[in-house]
Design a protein around this ligand. Structure first.
Ligand SMILES: NC(=O)c1ccc[n+]([C@@H]2O[C@H](COP(=O)([O-])OP(=O)(O)OC[C@H]3O[C@@H](n4cnc5c(N)ncnc54)[C@H](O)[C@@H]3O)[C@@H](O)[C@H]2O)c1
Length: 355
């Protein structure tokens, strides 16, 4: 039975993963979600698991060493799945420092706590022996590889050439994870996935933003010519891949996770308009952002052949379901865009603690 620390479990992928792990495996004894509830964290994503006695929410920062250490003492974790990050490229261009401290220093703080608690003899700097069955999994991104031209795909051996403050902070974190494995023998895996889509994505990202604007007959801002190509992965396929790597991933290895769905941004925007019955005249081309990578594509041969994972969703099925999900959860979207979702924590947690 696993005792799992999930960081960033109130965000898009993290909350889907919490649902996935509690719903798909009966091998979880305890799951603690450590999340600072930045603008991207929304506890409303997790109302369905709040009554599960295995689930615990802790509001806190991954950079808070004392807090992380206390959580390890209290819950005796054997597994860490690290999602928490500043994740929006546009914001990283405005505020790089926040991305470096959260994404790099935050990762190092978690690794350090895991090393202290999992190493059989933490005082012996030469020992590489860890408790049985422990693992740290770093959720990274294909953006660490930089951009591709019209052909080629990222493999796990592609050199890291990140182009934005966001992707370079993720690459820095990956290198620290690698160093903890090489230097201290920490049992780690790194997963690098392509663009995710699905339920509970914060409506600053392409797909939910376009659905929301189209539904409100607002213009749909598309960067440059819209020909930036991404390899789209349904979030539930991503969650299944992470669970597979936790279970079967060879210690110290990196696994790429991709959905085999290369689409240009403009294609996706047109598809959304078509499905919603809205006119293409809503599309407005805006000035491209600096350093905007042109194309990403993941070669997922390693995870499919070595670990037996494969994406279950086709893009057509996934995008249709996703559009329907947002249409059925417009209140959820409205509460985020109006900022109301931030009251949820105060109402549910802080008021509940008052005598
Ligand atoms: N969304 C994608 O398409 C995508 C693609 C590749 C990789 N990733 C990676 O997956 C992970 C999750 O991405 P997401 O899209 O769910 O992100 P998100 O922005 O939706 O969620 C991030 C979560 O981390 C929390 N957080 C931020 N700073 C924190 C801190 N200092 N301490 C504790 N919690 C903090 C936020 O409150 C939020 O709940 C990230 O590491 C991201 O780099 C995402």
């Amino acid at each position: 039975m696993k005792r799992v620390l999930v960081t960033g479990g109130a965000g898009f992928i993290g909350s889907n993963f919490v649902h996935y792990l509690l719903g798909h495996t009966d091998g979880v004894e305890c799951l603690v979600n450590l999340d600072a509830l930045t603008y991207a964290g929304n506890l409303e994503n997790l109302t369905a698991v709040e009554s599960d006695t295995r689930y615990h929410f802790v509001k806190g920062d991954i950079r808070d060493q004392k807090l992380v250490d206390n959580l390890f003492c209290e819950h005796n974790f054997d597994t860490v799945v690290h999602f928490a990050a500043e994740s929006h490229v546009d914001r990283s261009i405005e505020e790089p420092e926040l991305f470096l401290t959260t994404n790099i220093v935050g990762t190092q703080t978690l690794l350090d706590a895991a090393k202290r608690h999992w190493k059989i003899d933490p005082e012996d700097k030469y020992s590489r022996e860890y408790c049985e069955g422990v693992k740290y999994l770093q959720v990274s991104t294909d953006e660490v590889y930089g951009a591709l031209g019209a052909t080629g795909m990222f493999t796990e051996k592609t050199p890291l050439q990140p182009n934005s403050p966001y992707s370079s902070s993720k690459a820095g974190a990956d290198l620290i994870v690698r160093a903890y494995h090489e230097t201290y023998g920490m049992p780690v895996n790194i997963t690098r996935c392509s663009n995710n889509y699905g339920p509970y994505q914060f409506p600053e990202k392409l797909i939910p933003l376009m659905i929301h604007n189209a539904c409100n007959d607002k213009s749909l801002p598309v960067y440059g010519d819209g020909m930036q190509i991404r390899d789209w992965l349904h979030v539930s396929d991503h969650c299944a891949a992470i669970a597979t790597v936790l279970e079967k991933g060879k210690v110290g290895e990196v696994y790429n996770i991709g959905g085999n769905n290369e689409k240009a941004n403009i294609e996706i925007v047109r598809l959304i308009l078509q499905e919603l019955g809205k006119p293409e005249s809503l599309i407005t081309h805006v000035k491209d952002r600096p350093g905007h990578d042109r194309r990403y594509a993941i070669d997922n041969t390693k995870i499919t052949t070595e670990l037996g994972w494969a994406p279950a969703y086709t893009f057509e099925q996934g995008i249709h379901e996703t559009i329907q999900w947002y249409l059925n959860h417009m209140e959820w979207v409205e509460r985020i865009t109006s900022g109301d979702y931030q009251k949820y924590y105060r109402d549910m947690y802080q008021k509940a603690q008052q005598p």
